[in-house]
Design a protein around this ligand. Sequence first.
Ligand SMILES: [Zn+2]
Length: 314
Amino acid sequence: MNDFFVGIDLGGTRVKLGLMKEDALIDKKIIPALAQQGLAASLPVIKNDIESLLQANNIGKKRFKGIGFGFPGLVDPQSNKILSTNAKYDDALNMRVDDWVKENWNVDFFMDNDARLAAVGEWKFGAGKSTNDLVVMTIGTGIGTSVITEGKLLRGKHFQAGCLGGHISVVYNGRMCNCGNRGCVETYASTWALKERIEQHKNFDKSSLSNVPVIDFETLFTEADNNDALAIEFKNDCIELWSAAVVNLIHAYDPEVVVIGGGVMQRHEELIPLIKSKVHQHAWTPWGKVDIRASTLLADAGLYGAVYCLQHKI
Ligand SMILES: [Zn+2]
């Protein structure tokens, strides 16, 4: 008889739930996130969706063994404490997700930073399988990063090592970020920042981006394809910013491979070669060239990582 697990990836825009049979993803659900309403408002919705995933697949209590949970903030996985949030689920600091799991299902539980779990997913099952020295950067509502070095998931003294690559400054005197720093790559080239920057641009009214229902990377790239000048400017700018962040991550962590994930990687055939050439031009790597790859698990990376960490207690 096989054991079943649920992986949860709590994003800023969407919540992903995956049902895993051992380490195979057999079913999933994607629901809109209630990041601004908070974690307390989100948990009852997530509970219902977990129940419906289990029911739809006829998984009874005996075969359901645990929940792995990725949270978009700093997390202490030893005590299951949420240590810090950044403009998403800000009520979560004093909440105990482990107690919620115990009360509802009484199964094993593991939680960590969402980007860290996505990195474990890529390392064990995805684009980083071939290496033990890996940096993963996920571009979404924010920009999450995580590091595997010498075969070990990097956590650091305060559980924040490798996680804050989105808050590496790429413009030292630039825009203020939610985190308190200036010029973070996330405050320029993540979905939330992109929308703000484009709407504030002096040429916004003249751009076709002023007519799209939602400004995100998908609409940005579509309008760039349609030769909208502002869209082309922002697209090129984002590629420069992501490349600068990758160079910084390479200088900090000495990886063999950098995996880039997030919805933008639906355009990986176009984007990866552009990022690669900029990074290879600027990164100091006398031993050779860091391989830069698109995520192969995309939105599922965090689900695989959450359940892997739960099963293996890494
Ligand atoms: Zn920041």
